[in-house]
Design a binder for this molecule. Structure first.
Ligand SMILES: [Zn+2]
Length: 233
């Protein structure tokens, strides 16, 4: 196998080059930079140093950014994907519990296939961010319908689950807990041998109202008063 595939960053690659250079020196067989690069490229199974650099930097660019605390991949919104890690709730730069930054607000939602094989609690906030940003003209109509249906089992809520499976902008979430169950369910639904393709999605509309008030007040303001009750129960 090509050893080059073991390297995840250019920094690691350069550290290895330096290490080999030091080993050669200690063995009284020092190499000039150009020859050292050629030698290391050989060791790694590629034809030259530039190829090695190119392969590693390409890999580095395609790797998702990692959490500074637990090294798990970050979600596309920049928060840690590990629900146990405090950076799941606070931005990477923030101190735990800091008042100077806003905590991330999740939007609790629930997915269940009719067969009850697939069940997942998930955070629907990435969907609403995407909806409001990329489909601004229809976002309010969809949100209003979700309120009218009290957040349960309508085409509008079904689209929330569907979007995590088939919308490019939300694909970065696919491997995270909750979302991965939904994606697995849709993969399963697509198979010809399943008869079971029904599912339900439920969104907490009280939480949705609070989330809109905090994140998209312009949309919250348009809601009929009956849906604007923010009192905690
Ligand atoms: Zn983390």
């Amino acid at each position: 196998m090509q050893m080059i595939t073991r390297f995840d960053s250019v920094e690691e690659l350069n550290a290895f080059l330096k290490h080999v250079g030091e080993v050669r020196k200690a063995d009284s067989q020092p190499l000039r930079r150009g020859n050292l690069e050629k030698h290391v490229a050989n060791l790694l199974g590629v034809c030259d140093w530039n190829t090695a650099l190119g392969m590693v930097s390409k890999k580095e660019a395609s790797e998702p950014a990692k959490c500074c605390a637990c090294k798990q991949p970050l979600m596309p919104n920049g928060f840690c994907g590990d629900t146990e890690c405090f950076h799941h709730e606070w931005p990477q730069a923030a101190e735990k519990g800091s008042d100077t930054v806003y905590r991330r607000m999740t939007l609790p939602a629930y997915f269940q296939s009719d067969s009850e094989v697939f069940k997942a609690h998930f955070d629907a906030s990435p969907y609403f961010e995407y909806l409001i940003k990329d489909h601004h003209s229809i976002a309010f109509g969809i949100i209003l319908e979700i309120f009218k249906q009290q957040g349960s089992g309508c085409c509008e809520t079904d689209d929330i689950a569907r979007s995590f499976s088939d919308t490019d902008e939300l694909q970065g979430y696919r491997s995270f807990p909750g979302y991965s169950v939904i994606v697995d369910a849709f993969d399963h639904f697509d198979k010809p041998y399943t008869e079971e393709t029904g599912f339900e999605v439920y969104v907490e509309t009280d939480a949705l109202a609070r989330w809109l008030k905090a994140n998209h007040e312009e949309i919250f303001d348009l809601l009929p008063d009956e849906f604007k009750d923010l009192s905690e129960d």
